[in-house]
Design a protein around this ligand. Structure first.
Ligand SMILES: Nc1nc2c(ncn2[C@@H]2O[C@H](COP(=O)(O)OP(=O)(O)OP(=O)(O)O)[C@@H](O)[C@H]2O)c(=O)[nH]1
Ligand SMILES: [Mg+2]
Length: 422
């Protein structure tokens, strides 16, 4: 069975292409050909990532599709601008870190969504192309030039859930973690009298007076977890995504203190930071007579190692409110303890229409995205359009760049699809 992707997933996104600029002329009575009135294309939609408190995992994301924002609409006559493409908003849980790949293959942070409602643009839509109104000049009153929209941006992003909950319930299988979560929140984890009932973290919201915090059952711990045995490795990855633990031990176990020590040494072997997270030790199932009878002995043995446990029964509710209140007050003391996040270096792609010229054999190649988009949109087979294009090339500083590169009349020159003699 394929394991569900819970807290880390790679996705592909693409922003909308810009809409094309229009080539259009005013139609007026008795004026056969009015001035140019082709409007600009609309910008393509952005891809935005938003933190949503109602979402607790990344299961909704799939690797085999590309998440696309809408294309910008084309410009129209009467100087009508095309509509902007709709943004694509991807909702993720609070605590999601978005990383991408930089120009040299390095990992860069793209967005760090720490707060509910926080929105970040992770890829920007292509700019709309210019309509022919922009290409009129004193010598060219009837421009048949317009610009294609800029293509959208495609990126591969890694979504990683850094924080699944404020408080994680840890402990051996079958100690009563799900029962406590179900008793204190609206979450409905499966509860059964066998180990490993819960296979993926389950999250619920706990109310303490007017305050709330997120409580998660962190499943699947067994000895040797740090070696990746059983569900162990998963367990530890999830455990790092909480701020503190309720460490639950079964009151009916032969030695609750030993259980606790073992779990803690697993945590420490995986990551010393994990073992240092604040813990509240909880002895469960106190409603059982055999537990109540040994209660003094159990608490005494914890005190012997410097721990004052809270004693609860998730079934009868005994001690549960006190436990939640103590968890909340510990959370307030901790504040935010998130681990370091790679430095944020994401910048939207540069938009400056730069012109570069290089030689390919005997041909001079012009790289100028803004000009290429005009060529792509215009009917270059038409001699009149080519003449207009030449003027445009002059105006965009391309002639200067060509001369600097050593072009002399008669040389072959290429830009985009178009090749001509200088
Ligand atoms: N008497 C009593 N039984 C409890 C209590 N809490 C849990 N149980 C029982 O203990 C068994 C395991 O409970 P779960 O809540 O599923 O335990 P868990 O720690 O989530 O177990 P896994 O998900 O399998 O690791 C179930 O049969 C519960 O009914 C309690 O406070 N008192
Ligand atoms: Mg469970």
């Amino acid at each position: 069975m394929a394991k569900p992707v819970f807290d880390i997933v790679e996705i592909r996104v693409k922003t909308g292409d810009g809409g094309d600029g229009a080539i259009s002329f005013r139609h007026e009575k008795f004026v056969p050909l009015g001035g140019p009135d082709g409007g600009d294309g609309g910008d393509g939609g952005d891809v935005i990532i938003e933190a949503d408190a109602a979402i607790t995992n990344l299961l909704r994301f799939r690797r085999d599709i590309i998440y696309k924002a809408e294309r910008g609409h084309n410009g129209q006559g009467s100087k009508k601008h095309g509509k902007r493409g709709k943004d694509l908003v991807l909702k993720v849980p609070v605590g999601t870190l978005v990383t991408g790949t930089g120009q040299n293959g390095e990992t860069i942070a793209v967005a760090d969504l720490e707060q509910a409602g926080q929105r970040e643009v992770v890829a920007t839509g292509g700019k709309g192309g210019l309509g022919n109104v922009h290409f009129a000049s004193s010598t060219n009153q009837a421009p048949r030039l317009a610009q294609k929209g800029e293509p959208g941006e495609e990126r591969t992003l890694l979504l990683e859930l850094r924080l699944i909950a404020d408080v994680g319930i840890i402990g051996y299988p079958n100690v009563g973690k799900s029962t406590l979560l179900a008793a204190t929140s609206a979450a409905k984890p499966e509860i059964a009298d066998y180990p490993f009932t819960t296979r993926a973290p389950v999250v619920g919201v706990v109310e303490v007076g007017l305050d709330t915090f997120v409580l998660a059952e962190v499943p699947g711990l067994i000895e040797g977890a740090h070696l990746g045995r059983g569900l162990g490795h998963e367990f530890l990855r999830h455990a790092t995504r909480t701020r503190m633990f309720l460490h639950m031990v079964d009151g009916s176990s032969p030695s609750p203190t030993e259980d606790m020590t073992r779990v803690n040494s697993e945590l420490g072997m995986y990551d010393t930071n994990l073992a240092r997270k604040p813990q509240i030790v909880v002895v469960s199932k106190v409603d059982l007579p055999e537990v109540r009878d040994r209660l003094a002995e159990i608490t005494e043995s914890f005190r012997g190692i410097g721990i004052t446990p809270l004693v609860i029964s998730a079934v009868t509710g005994e001690g549960v409110a006190e436990l939640m209140a103590q968890a909340w007050s510990t959370l307030k003391q901790i504040g935010d303890t998130r681990e370091d996040v790679p430095e944020k270096v994401f910048r939207p792609k540069p938009r400056s229409p730069r012109v570069t010229v290089y030689k390919e054999g005997a041909t001079f190649v012009i790289e100028a995205p803004a000009l290429e988009r005009i060529i792509a949109r215009s009917d270059v087979a038409d001699a009149e359009v080519r003449w207009q294009l030449n003027q445009q090339i002059d105006r965009m500083g391309v002639s200067r760049a060509l001369k600097k590169a050593g072009v002399v009349p008669g040389d072959k020159v290429r830009c985009g699809e178009l090749e001509w003699e200088w």
